[in-house]
Design a protein around this ligand. Structure first.
Ligand SMILES: C[S@@+](CC[C@H](N)C(=O)[O-])C[C@H]1O[C@@H](n2cnc3c(N)ncnc32)[C@H](O)[C@@H]1O
Length: 254
């Protein structure tokens, strides 16, 4: 686990793997639908930034067998080097040649990095003419509008804890304009609603559990609050929409 994830999440690798799996199972269909719509070709060179447990990198490798897929992460231990080119690196280090990739994809990573705006512009320069940049990040809905007071409280502190580590859980709204500002064209975007609760459909328990030490450390969330949240998760009547996942894309002219 990266120092960032260690400091933010305070958990060990098993919890991190559960978090990555939960992310993948909740948004892979959404992401692959968008990528498929771009018409991936067999010879594409692809760069996956902050590849996590690798599901999107592997999906791309299956569609681009005559090209290459480079999967970059600070913590590459969940990535299979037999399936993609695994690179252990910090994506804020300027490491890639301009004009190298047909596709650059970043999901749930840029919003965590203070240099996110500059990174969009830099990732746009890594594209070949005609190449696509796809950025996907959460947009947290106004916490106080949750019908569940304990959820409103936990999510407000969740956003604060992330902000304390330099993340912005509402940044995704500005990505379409950043893509345009970076000189990309054919800018488009789509959203997917996140699901909290609704029994087996819940994707949020691993996310809250992983960050629980950070929530408790603020003093604003108590163990009783987390117990109430867990009781709600067992209630078939509990369902909420904490975030929208926004994906935005643009193409380098040429
Ligand atoms: C929330 S996970 C998302 C993983 C994957 N993109 C997905 O959506 O399934 C964020 C990933 O980005 C990685 N990461 C965070 N900061 C990074 C950085 N500066 N450079 C490279 N990887 C980074 C983390 O190690 C983690 O694997």
């Amino acid at each position: 686990m990266s120092a960032y994830a260690e400091s933010l999440l305070g958990g060990g690798t098993p919890g991190e793997r559960a978090r990555l799996d939960s992310i993948q199972s909740s948004v892979d269909d959404f992401s692959t639908g968008i990528l498929q719509g771009l018409g991936p070709r067999a010879d594409w060179s692809c760069l996956e930034l902050g590849a996590g447990a690798g599901s999107i990198a592997y999906w791309l490798a299956e569609r681009c067998p005559a090209g290459r897929v480079v999967a970059v992460d600070l913590d590459p231990r969940h990535l299979d080097a037999d399936r993609v080119e695994v690179v252990e690196a910090d994506i804020t280090d300027p490491g890639f040649e301009p004009g190298s990739f047909d596709l650059v994809h970043a999901r749930f990573v840029l919003c965590h990095l203070p240099s996110r705006d500059a990174l969009v512009a830099r990732a746009a320069r890594w594209l070949k003419p005609g190449g696509w940049l796809v950025v996907t990040d959460p947009f947290q809905l106004a916490e106080e509008t949750s019908p569940f007071p304990v959820v409103a409280k936990i999510l407000a502190v969740y956003k604060q804890v992330y902000a304390g580590h330099g993340a912005d859980l509402t940044w995704s709204r500005s990505v379409p304009s950043l893509l345009s500002g970076a000189g990309l064209t054919s800018v488009g975007f789509a959203g997917k609603l996140a699901c909290m609760g609704n029994l087996g459909a819940d994707r949020w328990r691993p996310l809250i559990d992983q960050v629980a030490p950070g929530l408790l450390a603020t003093g604003a969330v108590t163990r009783a609050d987390l117990e109430e949240f867990h009781r709600l998760l067992a209630d078939p009547g509990f369902v909420d929409i904490p975030q929208v996942t926004i994906s935005a894309w643009g193409r380098r002219p040429g």
